[in-house]
Design a protein around this ligand. Structure first.
Ligand SMILES: [Zn+2]
Length: 204
């Protein structure tokens, strides 16, 4: 690590262990995969941003230009809840994470709702360390059912949803069971009737 990187780490009180040496490479999906495997959150020696910085979050954003991405990225590595929500209107499942499970359902249904649906119900959740890490892994397991870049509005702000999946609750639930098997994380099944949310599994 050069002086600039060390100063940056010190300034934001970050953990050097979370940094990956990109060796001048672009953060391709292969490099990101390697970072995930090594549990690295940030990369240094990356290709330069527009302003010539070489420090990025794993999602590929320059964290020198936009330090708010540091906070956003780190929250994902905190303890929190990974959940399954369902919208009957959309016949879709959402896999998400939050540090406030009590308020999450309300937020999902605010304004016109997440992904244009406002009848979300959280059906199951699990408390775990590094919630963003587990959320990401589960979503990637279900990648071929993912609805990508669906535009929706929260008030006047245009957003894109990437966390909706064309699967049944049964499938989401069994994916969680399988993924978290042997890990003793506290979980809560709010909806026990799997048949209520028998949506079609529609791979791309
Ligand atoms: Zn930059």
């Amino acid at each position: 690590m050069n002086k600039d990187v060390l100063e940056f780490i010190a300034e934001y009180k970050l953990d050097p262990q979370h940094f990956f040496d990109a060796n001048g490479q672009t953060l391709t999906s292969d490099v990101k995969e390697q970072m995930r495997n090594e549990e690295k959150i940030f990369a240094f020696n990356t290709t330069a941003c527009n302003k010539g910085h070489h420090i990025k979050s794993r999602s590929g954003h320059c964290i020198v230009c936009e330090p708010k991405n540091i906070h956003f990225t780190l929250i994902n590595f905190n303890e929190g809840f990974v959940y399954i929500a369902a919208s009957i209107k959309g016949s879709v499942i959402k896999i998400g994470s939050t540090n406030n499970i009590e308020k999450r359902e309300k937020y999902l249904n605010e304004k016109k709702g997440y992904g244009n649906f406002n009848d979300w119900k959280i059906l199951h959740y699990l408390k775990c360390p590094k919630m963003g890490y587990h959320e990401d892994n589960i979503q990637r397991t279900l990648e071929r059912y993912r609805e990508k870049d669906i535009p929706y509005y929260i008030g006047t702000e245009l957003k894109y949803s990437n966390e909706m999946f064309r699967i049944s609750y049964q499938k989401a639930y069994s994916t969680f069971e399988e993924y978290f098997t042997g890990k003793n994380f506290q979980s809560k099944q709010i909806e026990r009737d799997l048949s209520k949310y028998k949506f079609m599994n529609l791979p791309k």
